[in-house]
Design a protein around this ligand. Structure first.
Ligand code: ADP
Length: 427
Protein backbone atom coordinates (compact mmCIF):
# COMPACT_ATOMS: atom_id res chain seq x y z
CA UNK A 1 0.00 0.00 0.00
CA UNK A 2 1.27 3.46 -0.82
CA UNK A 3 0.11 5.25 2.34
CA UNK A 4 -1.26 2.59 4.70
CA UNK A 5 -1.86 4.94 7.62
CA UNK A 6 -4.51 6.67 5.54
CA UNK A 7 -5.62 3.89 3.22
CA UNK A 8 -6.35 1.56 6.15
CA UNK A 9 -7.54 4.23 8.57
CA UNK A 10 -10.39 2.94 10.75
CA UNK A 11 -13.70 4.44 9.68
CA UNK A 12 -14.24 6.39 12.89
CA UNK A 13 -10.90 8.14 12.41
CA UNK A 14 -11.61 8.73 8.75
CA UNK A 15 -14.93 10.39 9.64
CA UNK A 16 -13.24 12.60 12.23
CA UNK A 17 -10.68 13.68 9.63
CA UNK A 18 -13.39 14.34 7.06
CA UNK A 19 -15.44 16.36 9.53
CA UNK A 20 -12.49 18.51 10.58
CA UNK A 21 -11.58 19.16 6.96
CA UNK A 22 -15.19 19.89 6.02
CA UNK A 23 -15.64 22.49 8.79
CA UNK A 24 -12.53 24.34 7.68
CA UNK A 25 -13.58 24.11 4.03
CA UNK A 26 -17.03 25.51 4.63
CA UNK A 27 -15.67 28.51 6.50
CA UNK A 28 -13.17 29.19 3.77
CA UNK A 29 -15.58 29.01 0.84
CA UNK A 30 -18.10 31.19 2.72
CA UNK A 31 -15.49 33.86 3.13
CA UNK A 32 -13.74 33.51 -0.21
CA UNK A 33 -16.18 32.37 -2.89
CA UNK A 34 -19.06 34.81 -3.55
CA UNK A 35 -21.09 32.04 -5.20
CA UNK A 36 -21.09 29.99 -1.98
CA UNK A 37 -21.65 32.96 0.33
CA UNK A 38 -24.75 33.89 -1.68
CA UNK A 39 -25.92 30.30 -1.64
CA UNK A 40 -25.55 30.04 2.17
CA UNK A 41 -27.21 33.44 2.71
CA UNK A 42 -30.09 32.57 0.41
CA UNK A 43 -31.02 29.46 2.38
CA UNK A 44 -30.21 31.05 5.74
CA UNK A 45 -27.28 28.80 6.68
CA UNK A 46 -24.07 29.73 8.42
CA UNK A 47 -20.80 27.84 8.05
CA UNK A 48 -21.26 26.58 11.61
CA UNK A 49 -24.39 24.73 10.55
CA UNK A 50 -22.21 22.33 8.57
CA UNK A 51 -20.05 20.52 11.12
CA UNK A 52 -20.05 16.94 9.89
CA UNK A 53 -20.49 15.13 6.61
CA UNK A 54 -23.99 14.18 7.81
CA UNK A 55 -24.91 17.87 7.54
CA UNK A 56 -24.06 18.01 3.84
CA UNK A 57 -27.60 17.23 2.63
CA UNK A 58 -28.63 20.62 4.05
CA UNK A 59 -26.71 22.20 1.19
CA UNK A 60 -27.82 22.52 -2.43
CA UNK A 61 -25.76 20.89 -5.17
CA UNK A 62 -23.16 22.71 -7.19
CA UNK A 63 -23.71 21.94 -10.87
CA UNK A 64 -21.72 22.30 -14.05
CA UNK A 65 -23.88 25.29 -15.04
CA UNK A 66 -22.81 27.10 -11.86
CA UNK A 67 -19.21 26.68 -12.97
CA UNK A 68 -20.07 27.87 -16.47
CA UNK A 69 -21.86 30.93 -15.04
CA UNK A 70 -18.65 31.77 -13.20
CA UNK A 71 -16.37 31.06 -16.19
CA UNK A 72 -13.41 31.18 -16.18
CA UNK A 73 -12.09 31.95 -12.68
CA UNK A 74 -15.16 33.03 -10.68
CA UNK A 75 -15.17 29.92 -8.46
CA UNK A 76 -11.51 30.18 -7.50
CA UNK A 77 -11.08 30.76 -3.78
CA UNK A 78 -7.48 31.91 -3.99
CA UNK A 79 -5.95 34.92 -5.75
CA UNK A 80 -4.08 34.19 -8.98
CA UNK A 81 -0.81 34.79 -7.13
CA UNK A 82 -1.41 31.48 -5.27
CA UNK A 83 -2.38 29.50 -8.35
CA UNK A 84 0.29 27.26 -9.87
CA UNK A 85 -1.64 25.59 -12.63
CA UNK A 86 -4.85 25.87 -14.62
CA UNK A 87 -6.60 22.98 -16.35
CA UNK A 88 -9.95 22.57 -18.08
CA UNK A 89 -12.36 19.68 -18.55
CA UNK A 90 -12.37 17.97 -21.93
CA UNK A 91 -15.60 19.73 -22.84
CA UNK A 92 -17.32 16.45 -23.71
CA UNK A 93 -20.73 17.93 -22.88
CA UNK A 94 -20.32 21.59 -23.79
CA UNK A 95 -18.14 24.53 -22.87
CA UNK A 96 -15.19 23.32 -20.77
CA UNK A 97 -15.01 24.21 -17.11
CA UNK A 98 -11.82 25.80 -15.85
CA UNK A 99 -10.09 24.64 -12.67
CA UNK A 100 -7.07 25.86 -10.72
CA UNK A 101 -4.53 24.37 -8.32
CA UNK A 102 -2.41 25.87 -5.57
CA UNK A 103 0.96 24.24 -4.82
CA UNK A 104 -0.79 22.26 -2.04
CA UNK A 105 -3.50 21.12 -4.44
CA UNK A 106 -0.83 19.82 -6.79
CA UNK A 107 0.71 17.95 -3.86
CA UNK A 108 -2.63 16.30 -3.09
CA UNK A 109 -3.11 15.52 -6.79
CA UNK A 110 0.23 13.73 -7.11
CA UNK A 111 -0.33 11.93 -3.81
CA UNK A 112 -3.72 10.49 -4.85
CA UNK A 113 -2.39 9.54 -8.29
CA UNK A 114 0.64 7.84 -6.69
CA UNK A 115 -1.72 5.89 -4.42
CA UNK A 116 -3.82 4.96 -7.44
CA UNK A 117 -0.84 3.79 -9.46
CA UNK A 118 0.36 1.64 -6.58
CA UNK A 119 -3.13 0.22 -6.13
CA UNK A 120 -3.13 -0.69 -9.85
CA UNK A 121 0.12 -2.68 -9.47
CA UNK A 122 2.70 -0.03 -10.42
CA UNK A 123 5.83 0.17 -8.26
CA UNK A 124 8.76 2.57 -7.92
CA UNK A 125 11.38 1.81 -10.53
CA UNK A 126 8.84 0.80 -13.16
CA UNK A 127 8.27 2.83 -16.33
CA UNK A 128 4.88 4.39 -17.10
CA UNK A 129 3.81 4.72 -20.73
CA UNK A 130 1.48 7.68 -20.33
CA UNK A 131 -0.85 7.79 -23.33
CA UNK A 132 -3.33 10.21 -21.78
CA UNK A 133 -3.42 13.53 -23.59
CA UNK A 134 -1.09 16.21 -22.24
CA UNK A 135 -2.38 19.76 -22.20
CA UNK A 136 -5.46 21.29 -20.64
CA UNK A 137 -6.94 17.82 -20.03
CA UNK A 138 -5.95 16.69 -16.52
CA UNK A 139 -5.16 13.11 -17.59
CA UNK A 140 -1.67 13.60 -19.03
CA UNK A 141 -0.03 15.88 -16.49
CA UNK A 142 -1.99 14.40 -13.59
CA UNK A 143 -0.72 10.86 -14.19
CA UNK A 144 2.73 12.22 -14.99
CA UNK A 145 3.20 14.01 -11.67
CA UNK A 146 1.75 11.13 -9.67
CA UNK A 147 4.05 8.62 -11.34
CA UNK A 148 7.11 10.79 -10.76
CA UNK A 149 6.06 11.15 -7.12
CA UNK A 150 5.79 7.38 -6.80
CA UNK A 151 9.31 7.01 -8.18
CA UNK A 152 8.49 5.76 -11.65
CA UNK A 153 10.14 6.81 -14.91
CA UNK A 154 7.49 8.50 -17.02
CA UNK A 155 7.38 8.21 -20.80
CA UNK A 156 5.18 11.18 -21.76
CA UNK A 157 3.84 9.76 -25.04
CA UNK A 158 0.44 11.55 -24.90
CA UNK A 159 -2.46 10.35 -27.08
CA UNK A 160 -2.50 9.36 -30.76
CA UNK A 161 0.15 8.29 -33.26
CA UNK A 162 -0.49 4.63 -32.66
CA UNK A 163 2.47 3.45 -34.71
CA UNK A 164 4.84 5.36 -32.46
CA UNK A 165 3.07 4.12 -29.32
CA UNK A 166 3.65 0.54 -30.41
CA UNK A 167 7.33 1.15 -31.15
CA UNK A 168 7.74 2.65 -27.68
CA UNK A 169 5.98 -0.29 -26.05
CA UNK A 170 8.33 -2.62 -27.91
CA UNK A 171 11.57 -0.70 -27.47
CA UNK A 172 11.29 1.15 -24.14
CA UNK A 173 9.56 -1.78 -22.44
CA UNK A 174 7.33 0.09 -19.97
CA UNK A 175 5.74 -2.14 -17.31
CA UNK A 176 2.65 0.08 -16.95
CA UNK A 177 0.47 1.88 -19.47
CA UNK A 178 -2.35 4.34 -18.89
CA UNK A 179 -4.86 5.55 -21.46
CA UNK A 180 -8.58 5.48 -22.19
CA UNK A 181 -10.08 1.97 -22.41
CA UNK A 182 -11.13 2.59 -26.01
CA UNK A 183 -7.58 3.54 -26.92
CA UNK A 184 -6.26 0.43 -25.17
CA UNK A 185 -8.59 -1.53 -27.46
CA UNK A 186 -7.07 0.24 -30.46
CA UNK A 187 -3.54 -0.56 -29.29
CA UNK A 188 -4.40 -4.21 -28.65
CA UNK A 189 -5.89 -4.58 -32.11
CA UNK A 190 -3.09 -2.84 -33.90
CA UNK A 191 -0.54 -5.10 -32.19
CA UNK A 192 -2.52 -8.13 -33.24
CA UNK A 193 -2.71 -6.87 -36.83
CA UNK A 194 1.05 -6.45 -36.90
CA UNK A 195 1.58 -9.93 -35.49
CA UNK A 196 3.41 -8.62 -32.42
CA UNK A 197 3.87 -11.23 -29.73
CA UNK A 198 2.87 -9.52 -26.47
CA UNK A 199 5.20 -11.90 -24.60
CA UNK A 200 8.03 -9.78 -25.99
CA UNK A 201 6.66 -6.69 -24.24
CA UNK A 202 7.23 -5.83 -20.57
CA UNK A 203 3.85 -4.21 -19.98
CA UNK A 204 2.01 -5.86 -17.08
CA UNK A 205 -0.57 -3.32 -15.91
CA UNK A 206 -3.00 -1.08 -17.79
CA UNK A 207 -4.74 1.74 -15.94
CA UNK A 208 -7.83 2.76 -17.85
CA UNK A 209 -10.25 5.60 -17.33
CA UNK A 210 -11.80 8.86 -18.54
CA UNK A 211 -14.82 7.11 -20.07
CA UNK A 212 -17.22 4.32 -19.08
CA UNK A 213 -16.15 0.75 -19.79
CA UNK A 214 -17.21 -2.75 -18.79
CA UNK A 215 -15.85 -6.26 -18.33
CA UNK A 216 -16.20 -6.76 -22.11
CA UNK A 217 -13.45 -4.27 -22.75
CA UNK A 218 -11.41 -5.52 -19.79
CA UNK A 219 -11.33 -9.01 -21.33
CA UNK A 220 -10.34 -7.71 -24.74
CA UNK A 221 -7.58 -5.44 -23.42
CA UNK A 222 -6.19 -7.96 -20.92
CA UNK A 223 -5.95 -10.64 -23.59
CA UNK A 224 -4.79 -8.29 -26.34
CA UNK A 225 -2.06 -6.54 -24.37
CA UNK A 226 -1.27 -9.33 -21.90
CA UNK A 227 -1.93 -7.09 -18.89
CA UNK A 228 -3.99 -6.74 -15.74
CA UNK A 229 -6.34 -3.83 -16.42
CA UNK A 230 -7.87 -1.69 -13.68
CA UNK A 231 -10.14 1.32 -13.55
CA UNK A 232 -9.11 4.85 -12.64
CA UNK A 233 -11.80 7.49 -12.26
CA UNK A 234 -11.69 11.20 -11.90
CA UNK A 235 -12.88 14.52 -13.20
CA UNK A 236 -11.14 17.83 -13.52
CA UNK A 237 -13.62 19.65 -11.28
CA UNK A 238 -12.73 17.40 -8.33
CA UNK A 239 -8.98 17.13 -9.11
CA UNK A 240 -8.48 15.00 -12.25
CA UNK A 241 -7.62 11.28 -12.45
CA UNK A 242 -7.07 9.62 -9.08
CA UNK A 243 -10.36 10.37 -7.36
CA UNK A 244 -10.82 6.61 -7.27
CA UNK A 245 -8.91 3.50 -8.32
CA UNK A 246 -9.54 -0.22 -8.55
CA UNK A 247 -7.03 -2.58 -6.91
CA UNK A 248 -5.30 -5.02 -9.28
CA UNK A 249 -5.99 -7.87 -6.86
CA UNK A 250 -9.64 -6.91 -6.27
CA UNK A 251 -10.82 -6.49 -9.84
CA UNK A 252 -14.54 -6.15 -10.39
CA UNK A 253 -15.31 -5.17 -6.79
CA UNK A 254 -15.26 -1.42 -7.39
CA UNK A 255 -12.75 1.42 -7.16
CA UNK A 256 -11.57 2.93 -3.87
CA UNK A 257 -12.55 6.58 -3.49
CA UNK A 258 -9.75 8.40 -1.66
CA UNK A 259 -12.16 9.53 1.00
CA UNK A 260 -9.72 11.56 3.05
CA UNK A 261 -9.82 14.11 0.21
CA UNK A 262 -13.07 13.53 -1.67
CA UNK A 263 -16.30 12.87 0.21
CA UNK A 264 -18.81 10.98 -1.94
CA UNK A 265 -22.59 10.80 -1.84
CA UNK A 266 -24.92 9.06 -4.26
CA UNK A 267 -28.23 10.82 -4.79
CA UNK A 268 -31.43 10.21 -6.66
CA UNK A 269 -31.11 11.80 -10.09
CA UNK A 270 -34.65 13.21 -10.00
CA UNK A 271 -35.24 14.12 -6.35
CA UNK A 272 -31.65 14.77 -5.23
CA UNK A 273 -32.25 12.71 -2.09
CA UNK A 274 -29.25 10.91 -0.63
CA UNK A 275 -29.50 7.21 -1.40
CA UNK A 276 -28.44 4.31 0.83
CA UNK A 277 -25.18 2.52 0.05
CA UNK A 278 -25.52 0.10 -2.83
CA UNK A 279 -28.25 2.03 -4.66
CA UNK A 280 -27.49 3.52 -8.01
CA UNK A 281 -27.76 7.26 -8.58
CA UNK A 282 -25.73 10.36 -9.34
CA UNK A 283 -22.32 10.59 -7.74
CA UNK A 284 -21.76 13.83 -5.83
CA UNK A 285 -18.44 14.96 -4.34
CA UNK A 286 -17.30 17.45 -1.74
CA UNK A 287 -13.59 18.27 -2.04
CA UNK A 288 -12.37 18.16 1.55
CA UNK A 289 -8.89 19.55 1.09
CA UNK A 290 -8.88 21.57 -2.12
CA UNK A 291 -7.69 25.17 -1.84
CA UNK A 292 -7.94 26.86 -5.25
CA UNK A 293 -11.11 25.26 -6.50
CA UNK A 294 -13.11 23.79 -3.61
CA UNK A 295 -16.55 22.38 -4.35
CA UNK A 296 -19.42 21.49 -2.08
CA UNK A 297 -21.70 18.70 -3.23
CA UNK A 298 -20.61 18.77 -6.86
CA UNK A 299 -23.07 16.96 -9.11
CA UNK A 300 -20.81 14.86 -11.35
CA UNK A 301 -23.70 13.56 -13.44
CA UNK A 302 -22.01 10.14 -13.39
CA UNK A 303 -24.20 7.17 -12.48
CA UNK A 304 -22.94 4.52 -10.06
CA UNK A 305 -23.36 3.21 -6.51
CA UNK A 306 -21.01 3.30 -3.52
CA UNK A 307 -20.48 0.72 -0.80
CA UNK A 308 -18.00 -0.32 1.86
CA UNK A 309 -16.34 -3.67 1.25
CA UNK A 310 -15.52 -5.52 4.45
CA UNK A 311 -13.23 -7.96 2.68
CA UNK A 312 -11.17 -5.25 1.05
CA UNK A 313 -7.55 -4.34 1.77
CA UNK A 314 -8.38 -0.72 2.48
CA UNK A 315 -11.02 0.98 4.58
CA UNK A 316 -12.13 3.55 1.99
CA UNK A 317 -15.49 3.21 0.28
CA UNK A 318 -15.68 1.73 -3.21
CA UNK A 319 -17.67 2.94 -6.20
CA UNK A 320 -19.07 0.64 -8.85
CA UNK A 321 -18.08 1.12 -12.49
CA UNK A 322 -19.74 4.19 -13.98
CA UNK A 323 -22.73 3.17 -16.05
CA UNK A 324 -22.71 6.44 -17.97
CA UNK A 325 -23.40 10.12 -17.55
CA UNK A 326 -26.96 11.03 -16.65
CA UNK A 327 -27.13 13.22 -19.75
CA UNK A 328 -25.91 10.38 -21.98
CA UNK A 329 -28.77 8.22 -20.80
CA UNK A 330 -31.10 7.49 -23.68
CA UNK A 331 -34.79 7.22 -23.01
CA UNK A 332 -36.12 4.90 -25.66
CA UNK A 333 -39.86 4.28 -25.66
CA UNK A 334 -39.93 4.92 -21.94
CA UNK A 335 -36.96 2.70 -21.08
CA UNK A 336 -33.73 4.22 -19.71
CA UNK A 337 -30.68 3.01 -21.56
CA UNK A 338 -26.92 3.41 -21.14
CA UNK A 339 -24.61 2.12 -23.85
CA UNK A 340 -22.67 0.14 -21.23
CA UNK A 341 -25.75 -2.09 -20.76
CA UNK A 342 -25.51 -3.15 -24.41
CA UNK A 343 -21.75 -3.62 -23.99
CA UNK A 344 -22.43 -6.03 -21.13
CA UNK A 345 -24.78 -8.11 -23.27
CA UNK A 346 -22.27 -8.22 -26.11
CA UNK A 347 -19.76 -9.58 -23.60
CA UNK A 348 -21.97 -12.59 -22.89
CA UNK A 349 -21.70 -13.73 -26.51
CA UNK A 350 -18.95 -15.50 -28.35
CA UNK A 351 -17.83 -14.24 -31.76
CA UNK A 352 -18.75 -10.59 -31.11
CA UNK A 353 -16.16 -7.95 -30.30
CA UNK A 354 -16.71 -4.98 -27.98
CA UNK A 355 -16.39 -2.64 -30.96
CA UNK A 356 -19.87 -1.31 -31.35
CA UNK A 357 -21.96 1.81 -31.50
CA UNK A 358 -25.59 2.65 -30.97
CA UNK A 359 -27.34 4.60 -33.69
CA UNK A 360 -30.43 6.36 -32.44
CA UNK A 361 -33.01 7.49 -34.98
CA UNK A 362 -36.60 8.51 -35.24
CA UNK A 363 -38.77 6.27 -37.36
CA UNK A 364 -42.12 8.03 -37.60
CA UNK A 365 -42.92 9.01 -34.04
CA UNK A 366 -40.80 6.19 -32.58
CA UNK A 367 -37.26 6.38 -31.28
CA UNK A 368 -35.28 3.39 -32.44
CA UNK A 369 -31.84 2.06 -31.61
CA UNK A 370 -29.67 0.15 -34.02
CA UNK A 371 -26.74 -1.74 -32.52
CA UNK A 372 -23.84 -1.91 -34.93
CA UNK A 373 -21.38 -4.46 -33.63
CA UNK A 374 -18.39 -6.16 -35.17
CA UNK A 375 -18.10 -9.90 -35.27
CA UNK A 376 -14.74 -11.54 -34.83
CA UNK A 377 -13.24 -13.27 -37.88
CA UNK A 378 -14.77 -16.54 -36.67
CA UNK A 379 -18.23 -14.99 -36.45
CA UNK A 380 -18.38 -13.99 -40.10
CA UNK A 381 -20.02 -17.19 -41.28
CA UNK A 382 -22.73 -17.05 -38.66
CA UNK A 383 -24.00 -13.51 -38.88
CA UNK A 384 -27.75 -14.25 -39.04
CA UNK A 385 -27.70 -16.56 -36.07
CA UNK A 386 -25.57 -14.16 -34.01
CA UNK A 387 -27.86 -11.19 -34.79
CA UNK A 388 -30.89 -13.12 -33.72
CA UNK A 389 -29.20 -14.20 -30.51
CA UNK A 390 -28.03 -10.70 -29.66
CA UNK A 391 -31.45 -9.24 -30.37
CA UNK A 392 -33.05 -11.79 -28.04
CA UNK A 393 -30.53 -11.26 -25.24
CA UNK A 394 -30.91 -7.46 -25.41
CA UNK A 395 -34.68 -7.79 -25.31
CA UNK A 396 -34.47 -10.13 -22.30
CA UNK A 397 -32.01 -8.15 -20.24
CA UNK A 398 -32.75 -4.53 -21.16
CA UNK A 399 -36.40 -4.87 -22.17
CA UNK A 400 -36.05 -3.13 -25.53
CA UNK A 401 -36.23 -4.39 -29.08
CA UNK A 402 -33.27 -3.11 -31.05
CA UNK A 403 -32.25 -3.53 -34.65
CA UNK A 404 -28.97 -5.38 -34.95
CA UNK A 405 -26.45 -4.76 -37.70
CA UNK A 406 -23.50 -7.10 -37.46
CA UNK A 407 -20.56 -5.77 -39.39
CA UNK A 408 -17.17 -7.09 -40.37
CA UNK A 409 -14.14 -6.65 -38.09
CA UNK A 410 -12.53 -3.19 -38.18
CA UNK A 411 -15.45 -1.34 -39.73
CA UNK A 412 -16.50 0.79 -36.75
CA UNK A 413 -14.51 3.96 -35.93
CA UNK A 414 -11.79 3.49 -33.33
CA UNK A 415 -10.40 5.76 -30.62
CA UNK A 416 -7.46 7.69 -31.98
CA UNK A 417 -6.20 8.43 -28.48
CA UNK A 418 -8.91 10.12 -26.42
CA UNK A 419 -12.47 9.49 -25.34
CA UNK A 420 -14.64 7.60 -27.84
CA UNK A 421 -18.33 8.32 -28.32
CA UNK A 422 -20.27 5.10 -28.78
CA UNK A 423 -23.60 6.76 -29.46
CA UNK A 424 -24.58 8.35 -32.76
CA UNK A 425 -27.79 10.24 -32.13
CA UNK A 426 -29.38 11.17 -35.43
CA UNK A 427 -32.59 12.59 -33.97
P1 ADP B 1 -15.46 16.13 -19.40
O1 ADP B 1 -16.60 16.03 -18.41
O2 ADP B 1 -15.54 17.35 -20.24
O3 ADP B 1 -15.23 14.88 -20.19
P2 ADP B 1 -13.10 15.49 -17.82
O4 ADP B 1 -12.04 15.32 -18.82
O5 ADP B 1 -12.77 16.11 -16.53
O6 ADP B 1 -14.22 16.35 -18.46
O7 ADP B 1 -13.71 14.05 -17.60
C1 ADP B 1 -14.40 13.66 -16.46
C2 ADP B 1 -15.51 12.73 -16.81
O8 ADP B 1 -15.02 11.59 -17.53
C3 ADP B 1 -16.20 12.14 -15.60
O9 ADP B 1 -17.16 13.01 -15.06
C4 ADP B 1 -16.81 10.88 -16.19
O10 ADP B 1 -18.00 11.17 -16.89
C5 ADP B 1 -15.76 10.43 -17.18
N1 ADP B 1 -14.87 9.44 -16.54
C6 ADP B 1 -13.66 9.63 -16.01
N2 ADP B 1 -13.13 8.47 -15.55
C7 ADP B 1 -14.04 7.52 -15.78
C8 ADP B 1 -14.09 6.11 -15.52
N3 ADP B 1 -13.10 5.45 -14.99
N4 ADP B 1 -15.24 5.47 -15.87
C9 ADP B 1 -16.26 6.13 -16.44
N5 ADP B 1 -16.27 7.43 -16.73
C10 ADP B 1 -15.17 8.14 -16.40
Amino acid sequence: MYFSAVEKMPLSELRALQNARLSALVKRVYEQVPFYREQFDRIGLLPDDIRTVDDLPKLPFTKKDDLRDNYPFGMFSEPMTNISRIHASSGTTGKPTVVGYTPNDLNVFKEVVARSLYCAGARPGMKLHNAYGYGLFTGGLGMHDGATHLGMAVIPVSGGMTERQITILQDFKPEVICCTPSYAQTLAEEMYKRGIDTETLAVKYAILGAEPWTEAIRSQVEAGLNVTATNIYGLSEIIGPGVSQEDHEEKGTGSYIWEDHFFPEVVDKDTGETLPYGQEGVLVFTTLSKEAFPLLRYWTNDICSIQYDENAKRSHIKMSAIKGRADDMLIIRGVNLFHTQVEEVIHQMDFLSPNYRLIVEKKGAMDTVRVEVETTENGLTNMDYLSQQLRGKIKDSIGLSMDIALVAPHSIPRSQGGKLSRILDKR
